[in-house]
Design a protein around this ligand. Sequence first.
Ligand code: ADP
Ligand code: MG
Length: 322
Amino acid sequence: MGEFELISHYFASAACAQGGEGVALGIGDDCALLDVPAGEQLAVSTDSLVAGVHFPHNPDPYLLAQRALAVSVSDLAAMGATPIGFTLALTLESAHADWLQAFAKGLDQMARTCSVRLIGGDTTRGPLSLTLTVFGRTPKGLALTRSGAREGDLLCVGGCLGDAAGALPLVLGQRADDSAEAKALLQHYWSPQPQLALGQALRGNASAALDISDGLLADCGHIAAASKVCLQIELAKVPVSASLQAFADGQTVQRCALSGGDDYVLAFTLPAAKLAPLQAQGWPLHVIGSVVAGQGVELLDERGTKIVQATSGYQHFGRHGG
Ligand code: ADP
Ligand code: MG
């Protein structure tokens, strides 16, 4: 099958590639055309996933596509943006019909969950990798950035942390386990759910936000640096799932929740007065600390004593990554 047949058979004909709100022209021309309503801004983010770095070699194509799109759309959630469309640059060793069929199905499934349309891409031959670029919209000036945290704000997260990191030994084949807990953790790794609705609800409420991809400590460090403040995290308040607690020992649970990464849960700072109204609306907010003067991230034990911070998130080209 040639490149054009492949594109038309697996991608251009997918349900998620049939256009929709904001997509004036989709796959098939030299560019896609997007409509951005007056008074709104376009939010754009690109993520690359490389076999052997971001996911194991020979992944399940359905799960790979789901995860790749969810990871990208999570950046829109972190900005409080409403998804419009995405492009897919796909590099494949070879074109196997079953593989492509499953990949396209996983992509379509997640695209429909997130209400985002496939609007174009590129298809090339080489070691398996994916680059997705997502496009969304936000009312002008209301996007959630990393730089607005202020002294006195609360530090919150939108859900339990560490599940995806807890699943890593399963993903990498270092541990075999088909318990319900193991399945729940794997589900978090392969099918993270971008917190789009929460991000949109935080517009005009949160002072800073991001999605946790590199681990709570590392990502809070990004807010702290951009906002020129210190984020204090109370260890005992960091929410972890019952599945993770059943699956791993206490030390592993703590390491996964603080520095595991791949959570794709929102972390955000909130002026204290905004907490009760958002809680009353039923949003999943977990207050885990506060913003104080200073810089960096501090972890506090139950007595409020600072714990030396020994771990951080995954960094490519850094001290920890490769
Ligand atoms: P060009 O040569 O103009 O870059 P291509 O031949 O690469 O165009 O692609 C033809 C059309 O198919 C374009 O609209 C492009 O966006 C789309 N496309 C190519 N690969 C993919 C893909 N993997 N997924 C979705 N759309 C794709
Ligand atoms: Mg091209």
